[in-house]
Design a protein around this ligand. Sequence first.
Ligand SMILES: Nc1nc2c(ncn2[C@@H]2O[C@H](COP(=O)(O)OP(=O)(O)OP(=O)(O)O)[C@@H](O)[C@H]2O)c(=O)[nH]1
Ligand SMILES: [Mg+2]
Length: 745
Amino acid sequence: MSPQHQISDPKIIRIALAGQPNVGKSVIFNRLTGLSQVVGNWPGKTVAKAEGTAKFGNYIFKIIDLPGIYSLSTYSLEEIVSREYILDESPDYIVNVLDSNHLERNLFLTIQLLMLNRPTIISLNQIDLLKERGYEIDREKLESLLGVAVVPTVAVHNRGVHEILEEIIEIEEGHKTLSMKKITFGKEIEEKINQISAEVQELYRKISCPSKFMAMKLLENDEYCLKNIRAFNEVTGSDTAKLVYKINETRTNLENLHGEQISTILNAEMYNISSQIVTQVEFLKTQTRKSKIRHLIDHITLDNIKGYILLAVVMFGIYLAIFSFGNWISGLMDNLFGLITPGAINLLGADTWAFKIIWSSIIGGLFAGIGGVLPYVIPFFAIIEILQDTGYLPRAAYLMDRFMHSIGVHGKTIIPVLIGLGCNVPAISATSIMETEAEKKRAIVISSLIPCSAVTTIVLGLVGKYLGIGWAFLLYLINLMVIIIVGKLMSNWFEEGGIQSELIIELHDFRRPNLKVIAKQTWHRSKEFVVLALPLIVILSILMQIMMEFNIVESLNIMISPITVYILGLPIGVGIYLFYGVLRKELNLILLELYVLSIGMTMNEYMTPIQMITFTLVTMLYVPCLATIVVIGKESGKKFALQIFLFELLGAVFISAIVRWSYVLLAFILPQRSESVVMITTFAFLFGLMILTLHLIKKHSNHQKKHHRNRSPEQTILIQENLLDHSGCQSCRRCHLNQCEEKKD
Ligand SMILES: Nc1nc2c(ncn2[C@@H]2O[C@H](COP(=O)(O)OP(=O)(O)OP(=O)(O)O)[C@@H](O)[C@H]2O)c(=O)[nH]1
Ligand SMILES: [Mg+2]
């Protein structure tokens, strides 16, 4: 190859998207990489770092989307992920994404990032909303004050996003240089930090973290930095001890002088710097009137009475809409399949292999999958996405906090719970927002019991469709009672790991949902069904035909018949489908429907109403699907995943057996009554039992509580976005969110 045809290898550049929660990091990440990180209008969605690549010119960008952090002093599990990545992995560039509507608070983190002396680009995001409010930010001035490149972006509309990479290329190719400004505190603090910094520099020359940042963090008594210097082999333990002694002395002196904790003093310094910057760069261009509608909506959604009524209407409305839409489409598909089947029989012959494989398994499988699942799943995901993107989710979380707390789990659990209504897998990942391991484990157990969209498909597609929506709601009610009982039991059993941290919810303004974002996220979630489940349905139904031909299915069904037939009272043929449900829950209904069709029956003929109820109940409550179990194993260990698996399996069989046997008993006691009367009485009996169980647990816990009087009560703290931009006592996390009651005055 001639020299002019040689193309140099692309250069790999690692960039980290860092910023406070809910500023738009993941939207930017998705735009640049084409991937689908969770996006929504509430803080704390990204809980683990995600990596993607973007090719641009002769560069390959390895982009890391990090969980949001308010500052480099961290609190919750996912914040530690971000901080450790920024400090330990030294990305080539930090892209600090800011919400330009809350510049002062966002700059608080920027100042700390600048102290790390890494090439930094600022993405001034959500500039569209800033303009709507009548404000403008002087980009050049901000660039010159901070010495970084500033790129205004509207990530949701893909404006300015690729310019971030162009800026980096400009720097890489020497067309632009960054002259990052040194952060200078007030005279007295600056002197002290510089003294410590000089000693750190002297002793730990080779440590990767800049000495001034290190000095500030050591002064703050930051455990991570202390651990770092203690583990630094090239310095003797006694030298480190001397330095730590000196730092402690400086800290005490400063605290005595100011009458404040050191973190308060340092945070005040940083807020001071950021507010000075804001006064120089941000100005009001046109006075706009505050949206009255927004305030009205906020008032209703958070109101103690109207809020709950609205929440109930929203939840009920969601299920009703999905039920009506799903049943309509699935009915159309059933009719269509019925209409064309005679033609297929003519063509392939009625009892031939070709008919069984091509028609019943492949075409039938596709019809059942597309008609029986997608019409329920797609609208469900779309609605969940709309709730997330508008900002309703954290408002629901606020309302539900008291309830969550009353069942013994942390209020934040409501976030994974609401996500779990869509799919349990991201819900389990979202439990990383919990602040302690014990809270996380409880949140995992609760989230794994939430009826996901696959369960909804079965509840609405079987019980709802054949028995009526009322029975479907009764099943949801049983599920809810089970969650309450499990939550209460956990809070009794694991009392010592009690709920310590408060629920702090930052409420961002309601937004118009972005249709593109919603469509993309809905498709991303539904795609999994199309790509994974549809082929699986076809393969398994072919396998089923073959296994039936060789009587293998029958043997398997006989093997588990002691549970399915004798304990649960189900038809012997359903056994195998309960196995398939572990792979993906919706499989058991789809494959069962195909089987019933293949033996020339309808669901109504194959199962009695109580059998439909028991089958659905056991599917609702027994083990979460395989993907969920794998994620639980990853998040909290294989042993814990196995414990959940066994506990939920036994629990599901136990509760479903109670339903079945009470029905049998009641049918015997009430021989002249109609089936629905007996079924209602059965449900009433089950609810009675559950209420009694709750009463017993409460009695027991009252006894225990006497020994745990001094447990800190949980508090719900609600922060309205428009109150965020000023400082409180500035020493704690709540201060970053401006709800610290201590020092407001
Ligand atoms: N109007 C507007 N909305 C935006 C913009 N960028 C992001 N959003 C919205 O802001 C919300 C938060 O976006 P995310 O990308 O999820 O934020 P994040 O920083 O990744 O949040 P965490 O992962 O929770 O830290 C979503 O509702 C987005 O649709 C923008 O430029 N303009
Ligand atoms: Mg994110």
